[in-house]
Ligand binder design. Sequence first.
Ligand code: AMP
Length: 552
Amino acid sequence: MLGQMMDQPLLISSIARHADRRFADQEIVSFTVDNPRHRYTYRDAFSRARKLANALARHGVEQGDRIGTMAWNDYRHFELYFGVSGSGLVCHTINPRLFEDQLVFIINDASDKFLFLDPMFVGTVEALLPRLDNAPQLVILTDDGHMPETSFDAVSYEAFIADESDDYDWPLFDENTASALCYTSGTTGNPKGVLYSHRSTVLHSFGVSLPDVFDLSAKEVAMPIVPMFHVNAWGIPYATALTGTKLVFPGPKMGDPAVLQELIEEEGVTNSAGVPTVWQGLIAYLDATGKRIDSVKTLVGGGSAVPYSLMVAYEERYGVDLVHAWGMSETSPLGSMFHTSPALEKLPEEERQKARASQGAPPFGVELRIVDDEGGVLPQDGEAVGALQIRGPWIASSYFSADGPGTVGADAFTADGWFDTGDVASISPLGYMHIEDRAKDLIKSGGEWISSIELENTAVGHPTVKQAAVIAMPDEKWQERPLLVVVPEEGATIDAAELLGFFNGQVAKWWIPDAVAVTDAIPLTATGKISKLDLRKQLDAGKLTVQSPATA
Ligand code: AMP
C-alpha cells in the first residue's frame, strides 16, 4: 500500500520560492571585483535569478543544457546557481585553477552552451577558446562600465539580464533531473564529472542545515570560504536560502585573512566553512594583529585533515569551535561532521579528544562502512582500518559522461550500491570516523601501514613548522619509510633531530619519519590540497634536500 501524500518534487526552485516568501529582506553581502561591499536581499537575488532564466530561455537553451560558470563566491554566482538550475538547466561550475588541458577537457566533455566568467578569468578563457569544440556564448560577470578588453565576443552579465522581466514561473519537472555538474580534479587521468540532482541537492540542504551540522537559521550569518566552483561551496548557498540565513560572500578574497576578519566583524558572521589552510592563515593574522572574531560560534574545517592543535588554538585563544567535517565532490560533499553527544560526554577525556580530532560522524542520510581487501565489512570498533565506503541519497551513483552512466570510473561503485571513496579509515563504536589517509598516500613499511595525515598533524604542532607533508621514501629494508617535508615558520630554523624527537610519545615509535626535507613551498593541487604526486616527483628528481639525522 502506498502512502497518500502529495507528490511534490524537491526542486531547487522550491528553495528559491520559499526564501522569496519567507526571507525576502534577509541580506546577501558580497565582496566583488567591482565593489568591496555589495549588499542586497534575497528578494533582489531571486528577482534577478528569474530575469536570468528569461534571458537564457531567449537564447534558445533547452532543458538539460550545461551552463558553465568560472567565478568566485559572490551574488552573481548565487543568481546563476538558482536561475540556471531552477529553470531546468545544469549549472556547471568550473575550477579556474585547473591546468589548461583539464579545463579544455571538462568544457568539451560537458559541452557547455554558455560560459559565465569573472573578469579576472578573461585571459584563462582566451587561451582555451581555440581548443573548445562547441564555442560557448560568453558572458562576463560585471556591468558595461567595468567590461575588460577581450579578443572574443562577450556581453556583460548586467546587459544580458537588463531588459528581461522578472516575471518567470519556475517550471515543475522530475526531482531527479540534473541540477549541477562539478568535476573532481583527479591526480591521474581526466577529471570526472559528478552530476547532482534537484532531489539530492534539496535533501543535502536539509542535512547541512541541521543543528549538529552547520546549524543554519535566519538568526545566523554564514560565510562560505569554500569556492562555489568546488562542490557548490559545500552546498551552503542552497542551505542558507532554505533556512533564511544571512549570507556573506568573500569574492576573490578567500585567501586574504584581513578581508575575512573585516567581513566577519562588520557583518556579524556566526558560521563559516573553509579548508584548514584558510583557518591557519586567519589565526596567524589574528595573533599578529590582536584582532578578534567574537561573533563566530562555529568554524567548519574540511577538505583535508584539520590538525587537532589548530582546533585547540582557536578554542583557547578565541573561544571558537573549529569543527571537523569530511566529504568529497562525489558526496555533495557532506559525509560526516563532528558533534558531541551524551554518550560521548560519558567517555574518558582521551576518548573525547580522539573523537573531536576525528572526521566526525555521518548525519542522517549518509551511511559509512569500512571493508577489507576482499570487500568484507569490518567492525566499527575504532581499531579496524579499511577502505571507506559511503551511500545515501546525496552520494553519486556513477560519473557523468556523454557516453552514458557507467562508462567512466565504474570501479568506484560497488555491486551492492556503495561508493568507494579511496580513503582509508576506522570507525568508532559511537560512529566517529577517522581518516587514516588516502589509500594511495599510505606509507607501507615492512607490510604495515603508516598514516601520513597523523604525522603531518603532529608536525604542525611543533612551533617551528608552518606546513608539513609526509610522503613515502623508497627503503631497501622496509620498502617504504616516511619522509617529513616541512615549510618553516617565518624566521624559524628547523633542527631535524629535534623535530623528529618531538614525535616521541605522540605516535608509535616505528611511525616516526626517518628523514626531514626543508622547503620554501609545498606544491598544492587546484583545490588547494597538498599535491603528494608533485612532492614525490620532486623527491624522485632529487629536488628535495633530505636530512637523515640518524646517519648524519
Ligand atoms: P574533493 O573531492 O576534491 O573534495 O576531495 C575529497 C577528498 O579530500 C577526500 O576523499 C579526502 O581524502 C579528503 N578530505 C576531505 N575532507 C577531509 C578531512 N576532514 N580530513 C582528511 N581528508 C579529507
